[in-house]
Design a protein around this ligand. Structure first.
Ligand code: DAT
Ligand code: MG
Length: 138
């Protein structure tokens, strides 16, 4: 069993597709362990997106991610990290296959609806960063 951190971004919340997105992971057989709706701060985003801090789009990424609430979630299942990444589709939704979340609900990288951890190690870091406390601990 593996855990991953998924986060519905502000565009997903604003468009009212939280339930639809959650339904996909539940249907796949993954288990929802924790969920938190929150306003992301620039501080937490700077840590979460530290690998992108020198990119030209970083300021607009911060503006987008703070434009409304996000829904952070911890999901558990067999190979949850890679299974969920496949269900998300690639970063650039233009290249995402229909049937993936980004392929069905997004068109541009800067508004791609959902985040998913890219490794088991990063998943554990992100869970502790976004949903610290008892419910999200192993
Ligand atoms: P992913 O979210 O698929 O793991 P990432 O970690 O490389 O991708 O980037 C994090 C987010 O930053 C991504 O979901 C959207 C934004 N982003 C990445 N590349 C971008 C680009 N070329 N233009 C605009 N936003 C981008
Ligand atoms: Mg990433």
């Amino acid at each position: 069993m593996e855990r991953t951190y998924l986060m519905i971004k502000p565009d997903g919340v604003q468009r009212g597709i939280i339930g639809l997105i959650i339904h996909r992971f539940e249907s796949r057989g993954l288990k929802l362990l924790g969920l938190k709706m929150m306003q992301a701060t620039e501080e937490i985003l700077a840590e979460h997106y530290a690998h992108l801090k020198d990119k030209s789009f970083f300021p607009s990424l911060l503006a987008y991610m703070t434009s409304g609430p996000v829904v952070g979630m911890v999901w558990e299942g067999s190979q949850a990290v890679s299974v969920c990444r496949t269900m998300l589709g690639p970063t650039n939704p233009c290249t995402a296959n229909p049937g993936t979340i980004r392929g069905d609900f997004a068109l541009i990288s800067s508004k791609n609806v959902i985040h998913g951890s890219d490794s088991v190690e990063n998943a554990e870091k992100e869970i502790q960063l976004w949903i610290p406390g008892k419910n999200a601990q192993k």
